[in-house]
Design a protein around this ligand. Sequence first.
Ligand code: FES
Length: 652
Amino acid sequence: STDPLVVFTPSGKRGHFPKGTPVLTAARQLGVDLDSVCGGRGICSKCQITPSYGEFSKHGVTVANDALSEWNSVEQRYDDKRGLKKGRRLGCQAQVMGDVVIDVPAESQVHKQVVRKRAEARDIVMNPSTRLYYVEVEEPDMHEPSGDLERLVRALKEQWQLEGVRADLHILHMMQPALRKGDWKVTVAIHHGDDTHAPKIMHIWPGYYEGTIYGLAVDLGSTTIAAHLCDLASGEVVASSGIMNPQIRFGEDLMSRVSYSMMNKDGATEMTRAVRDGMNALFVQIAAEAEIDRTLIVDAVFVCNPVMHHLFLGVDPFELGQAPFALATSSSLQLRAVELDLEIHPGARIYILPCIAGHVGADAAAVALSEAPDKSEDLVLVVDVGTNAEILLGNKDKVLACSSPTGPAFEGAQISSGQRAAPGAIERVEINPETKVARFKVIGCDLWSDDEEFEAQTGATGITGICGSGIIEMVAEMRIHGILDGPGLIGSPEQTGTDRCFRDGRTYSYMVWDGSADGGPVITVTNRDIREIQMAKAALYSGARLLMDKFGVDKVDRIVLAGAFGAHISPKHAMVLGMIPDAPLEKVTSAGNAAGTGARIALLNTEARTEIEQTVHNIHKIETAIEPRFQEHFVNASNIPNAVEPFPILGT
Ligand code: FES
């Protein structure tokens, strides 16, 4: 062929095109990912490219290599108005005049990658469900009567190849003024990927809409509700915010909320109202932080445990409180904001991830999406630690899931000096091997407690209690330094060689901090506290171990600790305690809020939604309540570390 050769980088896609072909046209024909909102009219600047080699036109005049980035009048005008980087051209304006190499920068790709910080986690590739399109619509004509919507739909088909576009009633309310105000040019937000598969018009702006549209990724937990506000074009998180779940006033943990709904007429309805009100308050807060109008939020993804899921949807969670723990639905849900009383864009699309089982919710599905055990070559154990631990074990061949009733001890509840993770809570602990005295760090202060400045910085009353990660380190350190024996009994001063251990009723307790002389707090660890931690860690370990039995393995290659709490656990101490199975310490990592990340992936990439629906369908669900092996493991696992495996890696 004598037509010039066009090569795109980084995709490597190539083809021959007649002289004068706009770069955007060549890109489209080759399936190169080059963005455009205005359809090549030189308005949106989304189509920016970098000419790397060859001849391109400018006003139909060929420019040489050294002037590759010279602009035509449209680009010049764009540069004057909004600025165009040197070396860049608009793909819809630059024409191919000879053999060329064209680079498509990341920000001009629709399916760009959103940067993540962890090497072992999956990447987020943009493929949002809602996108903007600029269209020019035919004016009405008395000789050929047709509705404005029909002409708009036809324009979308002709200019954007969008078939069967539909609109809800609220669009008819805003469409006619927008068309006229924009002189028959409008920007529409279109939602793709509804279960009807029909593209839906979400919103209309007159003329070219300069702004962006937003989506929310929400992790609805029993204690806190956390949300990320994302720019649906760039994938960037523009604001993050969280509030306490207002349902706490009906019960601290899940089961107490289920019983509230059983004991009180309209109890479930009250809790539904509370969580939706809380959600709206959070949306006001996050929109204010990002300085945007809430109605620009057109898409939202929610992840939550099954009880939160039902209460958010307005379904009585009664059935989840008793065997056989039947969910109202385990499928993913596509809803509209108005159906859930959410005050964002009235037509905003809501997606709720599927639940895995009666105790393993959409939050665990989100963790599976983020950590992708189903794509892993190694056998990975993923543990989301909460009042109910949700556990996944698998690799690319198969994935198993279960939940284990750890109870609230890891959140500091039911521990004598326990508290939630908040300023003043002990979170790091080291016990001196000789003196057996604990030194520690509290949240909100960088110093260790044996630092001279410590009391000045926190004040004796600045220590308020021990949070979950603190109690884990405390108990593990007590075991390492012989204050605690394998079965979990605190020794006497004679046995341990320290009067930090003191008689407390029929058992011994351990003095962590005695601030009583200054009217400050007295922080101790009692044998009952140890018992609570033993139960919680035995439940967690037994769940993991049960999945390993089912998988037919007695070792895992790596362990991922997920959840806000998981992020703060020290892998070494967790292993000394026997919370998690034995594994090389460097193979134990923390994934932070993996459920929140999973929600963000589902928000930014529509295909990930189909993918997780399939993954959840394929996950083997194990119900711990009916597995005799779970009980066996549980009994054996209460020792510290435990009586099940020798923990060769820790050398105990
Ligand atoms: Fe919009 Fe080129 S496609 S400016």
